[in-house]
Design a protein around this ligand. Structure first.
Ligand code: NAD
Ligand code: UFG
Length: 332
């Protein structure tokens, strides 16, 4: 049986991925400092999957504690989710973001090198594409140009660090997964996205509006050159995304492999609102406000490389994500 270390494993995408990994019979250790997640998630994983990961409440910035974990355990592979991800916060606190995301990754990679663990899967983001002349994003496009916030910069810089590591040590096997917009949660509604503080992504805001914690959704612009005037994004069900990690483990090979994980289809903000209203059978209060700086009209993945090389493609829809979100909200 393979032993996997999952950083950020109590978080939103990490917890869903662990459930899919348990279906494949992996042994899992989790490192998380709980800055944006709760320890109770581990019990929920046990409820769903019948197994609970070993847990280390450790900050990746604490090199000595991290080293001790590698000293005491032999891992086959690391999945690296841990990082701060709030775009707005990263603009206000750039040093914290650079230190946490890049410093944490460097500590992790130093330990991996020191203890001979040479396989890593990294959570990157469509944000690394920056501004492109076309809406459909392909892995071969140049990255790092026109990124508008420190969060996005950290993702791009970490991708470059990983490429340099492979350059220096060809035995390293790196998979960079560029996520598009993860939404939804496990169908049980036991785990899901639970951001601390004020979120800035669409779905967490819709959820807070539905719960009455935010009065209404502000739709950022309805004058884009799209069918209904609102922006289009590629919303991927988090369970499909989680399965992408299992496929990535199966397909990992020496060198750097980069894959978009998305559906290949854009959905507008108005379509998201309608889908949520249909699933909840309630009106969602919203108002149209001005455009948000830096938003692009339309972005979606070309996911064909992941299908070709990893045999992975999405199976779930935005409607499935909305249904599962309602189940989760009813459980909160
Ligand atoms: P999340 O915040 O739910 O999970 C990240 C986890 O990392 C949290 O549990 C947090 O406590 C932990 N963490 C942060 N810094 C840490 C540190 N220094 N040491 C130990 N643990 C630390 O976020 P998520 O949505 O599950 O995202 C997982 C990864 O995917 C992140 O790297 C994120 O940037 C990336 N990503 C997310 C999205 C998205 O929209 N959710 C999109 C693209 C990429
Ligand atoms: N939106 C609103 N109102 C809101 C929030 C979002 O109308 O209150 C719209 C946005 O204008 C956009 C769509 O909903 O058209 C999705 O917005 P998100 O913020 O959820 O996601 P984005 O695709 O715009 O990307 C953002 C960051 C990226 C980051 C990504 C995933 O810009 O850097 O979230 O975390 F990678």
């Amino acid at each position: 049986m393979k032993r996997i270390l999952v950083t950020g494993g109590t978080g939103y995408i990490g917890s869903h991925t662990i459930i899919e990994l348990y279906k494949q019979d992996y042994e899992i250790d989790v490192i998380d400092n709980l800055v944006n997640s709760k320890i109770e998630v581990l019990d929920k994983i046990k409820e769903i999957a019948g197994k609970k990961p070993n847990f280390y409440e450790v900050d990746l910035l604490n090199y000595d504690a991290l080293k001790k974990i590698f000293e005491e355990n032999q891992y086959d592979l690391v999945i690296h989710f841990a990082g701060l991800k709030a775009v707005g916060e990263s603009v206000e606190q750039p040093l914290r973001y650079y230190e946490n995301n890049i410093g944490g990754t460097i500590n992790l990679l130093k330990c991996m090198k020191a203890y001979g663990v040479k396989k890593i899967i990294f959570s990157s983001s469509a944000t690394v594409y920056g501004e492109q002349p076309v809406a459909k994003l392909v892995e071969t496009m140049p990255t790092g140009i026109g990124i508008t916030n420190p969060y996005g910069e950290t993702k791009h810089m970490i991708e470059e660090i990983l490429k340099d590591i492979v350059e220096s040590d060809p035995e390293f096997e790196v998979v960079i997964l560029r996520y598009f917009n993860p939404v939804g949660n496990h169908e049980s509604g036991l785990i899901g996205e639970d951001p601390k503080g004020i979120p800035n992504n669409l779905m967490p805001i819709i959820m807070k509006v539905a719960r009455g914690e935010i009065k209404e959704l502000s739709v950022f612009g309805d004058d884009y050159p799209t069918l209904d005037g609102t922006c289009l994004r590629d919303y991927i069900h988090v369970v499909d995304l989680a399965k992408g990690h299992v496929a990535a483990i199966n397909g990992i090979k020496p060198g750097v492999s980069i894959y978009n994980l998305g559906t290949g289809k854009g959905t507008s903000v108005f379509e998201m609102i309608k889908a949520f209203e249909k699933a909840s059978k309630k009106k969602l209060p919203y108002k149209v406000v001005g455009r948000r700086a830096g938003d692009l009209a339309e972005i979606y993945a070309d996911p064909s490389k992941a299908e070709r090389e990893l045999g992975w493609k999405t199976e779930l829809t935005v409607e499935d994500a909305m249904r599962d979100t309602i189940t989760y909200l009813n459980n909160l």
